[in-house]
Design a protein around this ligand. Structure first.
Ligand SMILES: [Zn+2]
Length: 288
């Protein structure tokens, strides 16, 4: 049997040299080569050449470009579901927002863009944001209300999955880069809600924002309902103590975070407020 000439073996293993300078990759290496041009043409055809962000606002504008809904640098993929046709104005506005540090996006938030990503936009399925201090019962509330076909996006859950911690509440024990990794995963999950590729019927996002403007930001950005667990600090702390007695690992400063949450808390007219059931307080009272 004839052997292939040696020049045909494993061309992939050969290193291309002199093609790209350090720091500046070729269009192909950045993922914008021939395959991208083909995909781009497909997306424009799929969207009938119309700018999708404009369309969401009820405006018909001709699209000139194709945009990654979740930006590539935030972990967004080239999946069809993550691509949309966009007009030049919308693209410029979106790119400018993506480059923001969060401060310029909304100075009142004074937040980092990982916590409140500026590229997020309206979800295609209904979303409920659930917030409250530690021990306020956010997870229980979501467990009670979420259906089988719903998606639950929870920082602690993602952290537990990523870092295989034995407790669910690992938040304060994570290092800076770990927090970043968890937020990136969480943001990708939230970003998927903006694409029509999602198979879920509803989404629940557990956050810990106490300030009214942050809850309003979630609500306006995703078109979400907002539920706030207004569990009194004393009740939260009692639950934390009880959980710890049951062997659950909680960060050591949970109680301080409860106080901090209540200190930062400001009410908002869009809040749907949930307070703990009466029977618990009554029983606590008879014990005194
Ligand atoms: Zn547009």
């Amino acid at each position: 049997m004839a052997k292939r000439p040696p020049s045909f073996t494993n061309p992939k293993g050969k290193k291309r040299s002199g093609w790209s300078k350090k720091g500046r990759k070729s269009a192909h290496e950045r993922g914008y080569g021939w395959a991208w041009r083909k995909l781009r043409a497909f997306i424009l055809r799929r969207d009938k050449g119309l700018c999708q962000p404009c369309l969401r606002n009820g405006v018909t504008t001709l699209a000139r470009e194709v945009d990654h809904i979740i930006p590539k640098e935030w972990g967004g993929s080239d999946d069809e579901g993550n691509l949309q046709s966009i007009c030049i104005d919308c693209h410029k506005a979106k790119t400018a927002e993506e480059g923001n540090t969060g401060k310029a996006m909304d100075h009142r938030l004074a937040s980092n863009p990982m916590a409140h990503p500026p590229w997020l936009c309206r979800s295609v399925i209904p979303v409920t944001i659930v917030t409250g201090p530690p021990g306020s019962g956010k997870s229980s509330y979501v467990n009670d209300h979420a259906g089988d076909s719903d998606c639950v996006i929870c920082f602690d859950q993602i952290a537990a999955n990523l870092f295989k911690s034995d407790g669910q509440r690992v938040h304060q024990m994570l290092s800076g880069p770990q927090v970043k990794a968890v937020l990136q995963e969480r943001n990708k999950a939230i970003g998927r809600l903006m694409t029509s590729a999602t198979n879920y019927s509803k989404a629940w996002i557990i956050v810990s924002d106490a300030q009214s403007e942050r809850r309003r930001w979630w609500s306006e950005t995703l078109g979400a309902d907002v539920v706030v667990m207004l569990t009194p600090a004393s009740v939260c702390k009692a639950r934390i103590t009880k959980d710890e007695a049951n062997g659950e690992r909680r960060p050591g400063n949970s109680e301080a975070i409860v106080d901090q949450w209540w200190w930062n808390y400001t009410p908002w007219s869009g809040d749907q407020v949930v307070k703990p059931q009466r029977k618990h307080t009554r029983r606590a009272r008879t014990h005194r």
